[in-house]
Structure formats: structure tokens, C-alpha cells
Design a protein around this ligand. Structure first.
Ligand code: SAH
Length: 266
């Protein structure tokens, strides 16, 4: 809790509601949404949560209007309302939490002053998608967004190179959009300077939502996937990641460190 004043008026819950379905939403996220009078969110997310928003004031905005959304939520909370600003996955990961905090801090707000602010963590796309295909994120991994709308491409490229040379499992968010098509291929080429072209890759579209699509492929074939899109997350294995019986796994240690052998009774 960023505000311990005990003031019950004027609250902003910055709610990460998980990948999309109710079962991956935390109890805390559900409670906050339930007790909110106002819901502020991107229209697609409002649609996803519609069954839980009966009787609430709903403020929907478009995809690129994050700063406006944050300002609207703050204005409503300053009127004394209980407000949830909703963000998919975790609100702090390419989500609304940093934007709301930036707008508040810019206005001179300090923790302890009105409005109260609480950030409700959620299941982020990386772990949601990993859970569908096995356990590829078992050790060190890096998360990189291919979107160069807010971060210059040179910096993204530098991060891809660092993660690839460090043998991190690499989770790619925002792999492409209608206008951003070449970045993924460029990232793949950089990773292939350090990793085998046959490195296993999982491509998960719309995890835990209608239209979920899962493909396991290899690094060299990443751009041929039919599951690529704006709602897709890609997991590129490290040098120890393997696929067996459709399961993608990064083992926790080198095989000499522990024994995993059992005899299954059939
Ligand atoms: N805050 C979100 C990320 C927002 S950035 C989170 O923590 O998950 C948007 C990107 O997240 C998408 O381009 C996609 O890469 C990923 N993403 C979000 N929801 C997803 C889902 N249900 N399935 C697969 N990828 C998803």
C-alpha cells in the first residue's frame, strides 16, 4: 500500500488482471474490481471483464491513450471515487502502473497523500504462456519487447544481443504489429549469432483467451509461424532447453547434479 493514511476516500487500484480468463485473476484483483465504483481501461480489456462490471461507471479509451487513461483515473479518484484502472497481465510489466505513478509524481503527489494508490500484481504473459507449454523459464530469463514506439530500436537490439550472449531464455513481448514487421526477424538473426538455429521456440497467441494458439518450432523458423500477432508471446529457449513429447523444458540443473529417474507403473 503506497498510502497508509487510512483515508477511505479516493482510491486508485492499478489492477493487473492476468492473461484474460477469470481463473488466472488473483482474488485481490477480483476484490478490487468488485468494490470499485469506476473502471478505467482499454476497450478490449473492458470487454474481457464486462461480466464483472455491472452497475459501475466505465471509462473506455483506445489503445494508444494510456496517459489520458491514467489522468482520467486520477481525476475520478480525486473526486473521492474508488477507481480501478485495469491492465492485462501484471500492471507493472509494459502496463499502466508506471504511467499512473509517473503522472502522479509529476503532479507533486507523494505516498500518504490523496489519492490512495494500490498496485495489484497479476499473472504476466511470460509465466502464463510458459505454463501452457511446459517449464521453459526454470532458470534465468530476460523479457524484451519488440515495440520501438517508446524505446529506440538500437537499445532493443543491444538488449537482445546481451540476453542472447548471456544464454538467457528470452521472452519476447509485442513481437509484431501491422506496422512493425521487421524487428522480430532482426532479433532472430542476432540470437542466431549466439545460439543454434534449432533452438526450441514456443509461440503462444491469446493465452487463456478465446482463440488460443500454441506452436513449438525452432529459432530459424520463428517468422514462419501462423500464431504471430499482437497478442502473441514468444519464448526462445537457452542452450539447455529441449522439447520432449510436446513439452518444452529448461532443466533446473545439469544432469549430474540430481537424479530424476523413477519407474512409472502402467
Ligand atoms: N502487462 C502485460 C503485457 C502488456 S504488453 C503482461 O504483464 O502480460 C502486450 C504484450 O503482452 C502482447 O503483445 C503479448 O506479447 C503479451 N500478451 C499479453 N496478453 C497475452 C496473452 N493472453 N497471450 C499471449 N501473449 C500475451
Amino acid at each position: 500500500m503506497l498510502n497508509n493514511s487510512g483515508n477511505s476516500k479516493g482510491v486508485i487500484f492499478i489492477v493487473g488482471f492476468g492473461p484474460g480468463d477469470i481463473k488466472n485473476m488473483t482474488l485481490w484483483a477480483r476484490e478490487c474490481i468488485e468494490k470499485s465504483e469506476v473502471i478505467v481501461g482499454y476497450e478490449t480489456y473492458v470487454e474481457l471483464l464486462r461480466p464483472y462490471l455491472n452497475g459501475k461507471e466505465i471509462i473506455e479509451t483506445g489503445m494508444t491513450e494510456e496517459v489520458d487513461r491514467a489522468k482520467l483515473a486520477i481525476e475520478k479518484a480525486c473526486e473521492g471515487k474508488i477507481v480501478s484502472i485495469i491492465s492485462s497481465g501484471d500492471a507493472g510489466v509494459y502496463g499502466m502502473a508506471p504511467i499512473v505513478l509517473e503522472v502522479l509524481l509529476e503532479s507533486g503527489w507523494k505516498p500518504g497523500e490523496a489519492p490512495d494508490v494500490q498496485i495489484i500484481p497479476g499473472v504476466t504473459a511470460a509465466t502464463a504462456c510458459a505454463s501452457i507449454i511446459g517449464a521453459p523459464l526454470s532458470l534465468d530469463f530476460a523479457v524484451i519487447s519488440m515495440s520501438d514506439l517508446l524505446v529506440p530500436w538500437e537499445i532493443i537490439e543491444k538488449r537482445v544481443r546481451a540476453a542472447a550472449s548471456g544464454d538467457f531464455v528470452i521472452v519476447i513481448y509485442n513481437p509484431l504489429s501491422k506496422k512493425r514487421t521487421w524487428q522480430l526477424q532482426k532479433a532472430r538473426d542476432i540470437i542466431m549469432e549466439y545460439r543454434s538455429p534449432d533452438t526450441p521456440v514456443a509461440i503462444v497467441k491469446s493465452a487463456y483467451r478465446d482463440g488460443q494458439k500454441v506452436e513449438i518450432t525452432s529459432l530459424k523458423n520463428i517468422t514462419d509461424s501462423q500464431a504471430l500477432g499482437m497478442l502473441t508471446t514468444i519464448i526462445v529457449g537457452n542452450s539447455t532447453t529441449f522439447v520432449k513429447n510436446g513439452i518444452m523444458l529448461t532443466p533446473r540443473g545439469y544432469s549430474s547434479k540430481y537424479s530424476v529417474k523413477i519407474n512409472l507403473k502402467t
